[in-house]
Ligand binder design. Sequence first.
Ligand SMILES: *Cc1c(COP(=O)(O)O)cnc(C)c1O
Length: 275
Amino acid sequence: MTAYMEHKDLANESIDEARARSIADGVHRVLDDVARAEEQAGRPAGSVQVLAASKTRDVGEIMAAVDAGIRLLGENRPQEIVAKIDGLRAQGAQRGLVIGASDLETAEGADDPEALNRLPLHLIGQLQSNKIGKVLPDADVIESVATLDLAEKIARRMAVRGRTMGVLIEVNESGEDSKSGIAPDEALDLALAVAALDGVEVQGFMTVGANVDDEATVRAGFAHLRGLRDAALAAGVASARELSMGMTGDKEWAIAEGATIVRIGTGIFGERDFK
Ligand SMILES: *Cc1c(COP(=O)(O)O)cnc(C)c1O
C-alpha cells in the first residue's frame, strides 16, 4: 500500500470553496491552453480531450474538476480506483453523469452507451496481473498495456463479463529506464497481436514524454508514436485512433504532434503533496 493512502481519505467528498475555485481555475486555464494549441496546430477545436490525472486526489477534488468541465478521468493505481469509485458514481449520479464503466451493463440506454452522459475512467498507471480484478468492473480503457501476456489476461476475463475493454499500447519512446512501456520497434507487432484478441479493443497508443527540456527530443518521441498509430490504422486496426501523450509540461508539443488525449495532473490540481 502506498504511504499517502494511509494519510489521506481519498473517498472524502467535500472540499472547501477556495480549493474548489483553485481547481476550477486550473481546469479553465488548461482548457484555454489546449484550445490555443489546437488552433496553432491547425487542428479542429475539440480534437484533443483533457484527461484529469487524479492520482492522490480525493472524490471532492475530482468532482470540482468535473464541475469545471472535465469529461475524462485517469487513475494510476487500482487501489485508488477502488477507494474512490463509489463516491464518484454517487456524485456523478447527482449530476446525471455515469462515471466509469461499472453501471454500463445496467444503465438505461446501455445498448447505446454513446447516448449516456458518460464520463469514462482510464487506468494510466502500471497494472500488475494480480490487480486486474480491481479495475475490470470500473475502467473503460487501460492505457498501460505493454505486454501480450497482460492483454490476454484482460481479454479472457472481459470475455467472461461479456464486455470489451478499451486498451492503449504503452510505448517507452524515450527509452528511459524509469519508464514502463514496450520498446518502440516492438510496439506495432504487439498492437496487431492484441487487436486479434476478443474482449479487448486496441484504441491507440500512449507514451510519457522524455524527461528533458529539449523540444526536438520530446517531440521526436511523440512523432514516432503518431507513426505507430498511423501504421496500425494502415494495417487495418480501424479502432486505433487515439494518441494519449502530453502532460502539464509538454502538452503543447504533444498537441502539435497529434495528441488526441492529454493527461493533466498538476495543471489542474496543483503540485502533489504525495508522489
Ligand atoms: C501523473 C501522471 C500524469 C500527469 O502529470 P502532470 O505532470 O502532473 O500533469 C500523466 N500521465 C501519467 C501516466 C501520470 O502518472
